[in-house]
Design a protein around this ligand. Sequence first.
Ligand code: PEP
Ligand code: MN
Length: 296
Amino acid sequence: MHDNWRQRFEESPDVLLGAFNQRTRVPVRDFFVGGEEFITIAGPCSVETESQLMATAHHVRQAGARVLRGGAFKPRSSPYAFQGLGIEGLKLLARAREATGLAVVTEVMSEGDVALVAEHADILQIGSRSMENYALLEAAARSGRPILLKRGMVATIADFLRSAQVILDNGNPWVILCERGIRTFETAMRNTFDAAGIALLKHVTHLPVIADPSHACGYRELVPALARIGAAAGADGLIVEVHPDPDAAWSDGRQSLDFAGFDAMMADLEPWVAVRAQGPGRHRAAERPVLEAVAG
Ligand code: PEP
Ligand code: MN
């Protein structure tokens, strides 16, 4: 193991925390991701219908979410599975934003869709399967919108940081990193949640880091525990799947919380958010000299 993080991640110099790279707070509407506030992003895996999206948006907002998530363009494991509503989904998301004041994040899958998605969303999501699509990263970066960059399911931390560097290189400083689980030998869960990766990212980068407990495990009964772990590891927020009737969801129902489950998770999380506020990831003044010291 290298103890010199600068050397280890030398291909991504601009993402590293340092004397000239202070913590980034990503501005979204009237709040920041990466500031003092723990930010919850919640909503369905896919935008399905107006009633599904509106009911979810109103519910997660009253339970404390700041951002509504929902896929309009869906990357699916099966080419025969539901691929998303496309532009109709984007319009529904924009309508939900109007109705609730929540910010909106949704995935953009191709360069050609960047302008359209940027017109409807506050944050552009780059999915796990697209993390190394540099042409897409460049186009998304140039939209100027904040980018929620999900870690590739087989990406190392160094790969992940290189993709963040591509966005910064293209003139967009507003990157939010998202740990969403990686593939390992373990098959009992959908992915393996890399909580240590969150701690490492908070230690070496100045970018906000959020956790996705839904895709990380694939089972709704485990989501609250992974959310707690993410907060305790120093994450700046969460992105979590919520659906009014998860068993009837068109995608990722098994890992989606229902409204009561979301409320319980949020209540359960409060003490861990308090721990995070005092944890090592928050000791900003103390952290910088450590990194500078190893930079030698
Ligand atoms: C999603 O957020 O619904 C999604 C497809 O996530 P990922 O890219 O992490 O698989
Ligand atoms: Mn999903």
